[in-house]
Design a protein. Structure first.
Length: 413
């Protein structure tokens, strides 16, 4: 009886030593095999393997031995890019993980749902609880979206206090300005905060009649690196801002082209404001957005916008190249918010990646005015990796299968 117990004990030791030896021979946590890698920062656009270890990009090469990894993703016939960065969302107090990770978004930026007084609560309730990396543009107006007389009476305090908070927090990337006009007081207040903190502003709004001059805005108030969102909007009431395309001539306004050359960043900010009647003529002149974003909200998810990959598919259908669409959804937004550790696959970079397919078929992409384009390609997320861990796997192409969701309470609050 004792000999049997001793034998079983020895077998247990040998078995564990074998497992330990196998584990210790693993160099990488994950290897993604055979995917077409698109990394605009490093001008990579070819089939390569990607190795990840300790939450960082470890190696990109023609061939990496799969036996060196604890987990292997077979990405043959698919694309691999940095994780998507959605720089314009309206989260409110809704957790993002249910509609970001499933479409490859690893970083999302809330555009103005908190100000310097309410940010601490937003951080506690949303930023600190999300698997998705959540960053924020502080609302420079304070106290939500009051606008009007309120935005003109904020004084110097809101700029200085907002800048002070932004410089002390790694989660704040700039300032959101929602102006109503007719002057630029709130914009100048945002720029003041931006100058103090060395951060951009994101500009929205413009409901006023007569229209405030966007040429004045671009060249007398905004700085290179500031972000003009809802680039393709049409606000259908008398109190509306100028449009990128003259609706009579269907030609792009020269001030937009000149402003883009100056360095102003033009962001999609789809939401319910996106219109093909602006986007298509602008695209035909060679004007493409610097950054693609969703202006995501519960309403836009269930109506015209859908999700980040649906917006990317619209621009692919309108003729933007695949590489440019990926750039506008990864590296360009990373630079815009001055988080260049994101949005690229350089060795040592944070291992946020998306493996996606381009589905072929007949797909409809429509917007709030009822216009629909039909396309034959559509982005579909296969795997999302956040910080070196698989957090979404559509078809179970990782071996062994991802167990992230069993490891505690990542998605329970």
């Amino acid at each position: 009886m004792i000999k049997i117990k001793q034998l079983l004990f020895l077998l247990f030791i040998v078995s564990n030593l074998s497992v330990y030896a196998q584990q210790s021979s693993k160099v990488y946590g994950i290897i993604i095999k055979g995917g077409h890698v698109i990394d605009p920062k490093n001008n990579i656009d070819e089939v390569l393997d990607v190795a990840i270890n300790d939450g960082k990009i470890a190696l990109i090469a023609k061939s990496i031995n799969a036996d060196q990894a604890t987990q292997v993703v077979d990405a043959a016939g698919m694309y691999v890019s940095p994780g998507l960065i959605d720089i314009h969302s309206r989260l409110g107090y809704n957790m993002p993980d249910g509609y970001t990770l499933r479409v490859g978004v690893t970083t999302i930026v809330d555009a103005g749902d908190s100000d310097y007084e309410s940010f601490a609560n937003f951080k506690k309730q949303i930023i600190d609880k999300s698997v998705t990396r959540v960053l924020a543009f502080l609302n420079i107006n304070g106290d939500g979206y009051k606008g009007g007389a309120f935005e003109k009476s904020t004084g110097d305090k809101i700029a200085s206090e907002s800048a002070k908070l932004a410089m002390s927090s790694k989660d704040i990337v700039g300032f959101k300005v929602d102006f109503t006009g007719p002057d630029w007081t709130s914009v100048d207040r945002g720029v003041e905060a931006g100058n103090l903190a060395n951060m951009p502003i994101m500009l929205d709004g413009g409901r006023n009649h007569p229209h405030a001059s966007l040429e004045d805005l671009f060249f007398k108030h905004m700085r290179a690196g500031d972000i003009y969102t809802h680039t393709y909007t049409i606000i259908e009431d008398i109190n509306a801002r100028d449009r990128i395309v003259d609706q009579q001539t269907m030609k792009i306004r020269p001030s937009f082209l000149e402003a883009q050359k100056k360095g102003i960043i033009f962001d999609v900010g789809h939401g319910s404001a996106f219109r093909y009647s602006n986007a298509i003529p602008a695209m035909k002149t060679g004007f493409v957005p610097n950054t693609i974003s969703t202006d995501i909200s519960i309403g836009s998810i269930n109506s015209f916008m859908k999700d980040m990959m649906n917006v990317m598919s619209k621009f692919l259908t309108m003729g933007m190249s695949l590489k440019d669409v990926v750039k506008a959804s990864t590296w360009s937004p990373a630079k815009a918010i001055k988080r260049e550790e994101l949005g690229n696959l350089s060795p040592g970079a944070i291992a946020d990646l998306v493996v996606f397919s381009l589905r072929e078929g007949k797909f409809g992409f429509y917007e709030t005015a009822g216009y629909k384009m039909t396309g034959n390609k559509k982005f579909e997320c296969e795997i999302t990796i956040k910080g070196g861990r698989i957090v979404y796997d559509l078809n179970g192409i990782a071996t062994p299968l991802n167990n992230f969701f069993r490891e505690g309470d990542q998605f329970r609050w």
